[in-house]
Design a protein around this ligand. Structure first.
Ligand SMILES: Cc1cc2nc3c(=O)[nH]c(=O)nc-3n(C[C@H](O)[C@H](O)[C@H](O)COP(=O)(O)O)c2cc1C
Length: 223
């Protein structure tokens, strides 16, 4: 059966410099194309499509049926997807606030027990590697464990054009192979996790957190 993936784009930046703005769109498009070529259904999630309120109100705090329609629709897409590609620029050596803010709107019960792939980029020479380190922790806490291989793209504006294809002069085969290793791991884990979820409900013995922060606590010391 066909696998479904969401590619989260972690940039909502419209201002320049630095040029170009939303370099991440190229990176996300490259991921959509390469993952789509495997036969999977791949959907781009663009933070600009979601008008998030200035006061932070996550999807999971609304009574059923009262969340904004766009958030509800994205919650449904997250719940039915088999895996996720998280595309982030490096801002001040950290993952993109736009990506973190969007993901913070959703409970881990929607996204857990499925794999993710970390894809970072920058306009400079480090390719977002420092952002990637923190992303492992963030995504592990959400329960969409990142696969071991990662994609880092230094000087992404020189590597990819606006459609997400390699710029002239780039080694297309090398870049395809580099993307392919991480995306193949994602596919493998997504298929394995889907089979596993079908065989045994993962939340039967590890139920989703509900209301109280203390649900995460170790037992208190005896009185
Ligand atoms: C607020 C801000 C912080 C940045 N911090 C870093 C950084 O820590 N390391 C880096 O390599 N590039 C950094 N950059 C440059 C980005 O790599 C570059 O602007 C890239 O295009 C950002 O992706 P975007 O255009 O998709 O938003 C920063 C850019 C901005 C706007």
């Amino acid at each position: 059966m066909q696998l479904t993936f969401l590619v989260f784009l972690g940039s909502a930046r419209s201002s320049t410099p630095p040029y170009p703005a939303r370099l991440g769109l190229r990176v996300a498009r490259a991921c959509v194309a390469q993952l789509g070529a495997t036969g999977a259904e791949v959907q781009l999630v663009d933070p600009l499509d979601y008008e998030l309120t200035p006061v932070f109100k996550p999807h999971f705090v609304y009574p059923r049926g009262e969340a904004p329609a766009a958030l509800d629709q994205l919650a449904g897409r997250i719940a039915t997807a088999d895996g996720y590609v998280m595309v982030s620029p490096e801002y001040n050596h950290s993952m993109s606030p736009a990506l973190g803010h969007l993901l913070n709107h959703f409970g881990s019960s929607l996204i857990a027990f499925k794999p993710s792939a970390i894809v970072t980029y920058s306009a400079g020479q480090w390719g977002g590697t420092r952002a990637a380190v923190g992303m492992r922790t963030f995504l592990a806490e959400l329960g969409c464990l990142p696969v071991s291989a990662m994609i880092h793209i230094p000087k992404a504006q020189e590597v990819l054009d606006e459609t997400g294809s390699c710029q002239a002069g780039q080694d297309v085969q090398a870049w395809t192979g580099y993307f392919g290793r991480t995306l193949a791991q994602l596919e493998w884990w997504a298929a394995a996790a889907r089979d596993g979820r079908a065989a045994r409900d993962p939340q039967a013995r590890s139920p989703a957190f509900r209301r109280r922060v203390s649900e995460r606590d170790a037992p208190p010391p005896p009185e």
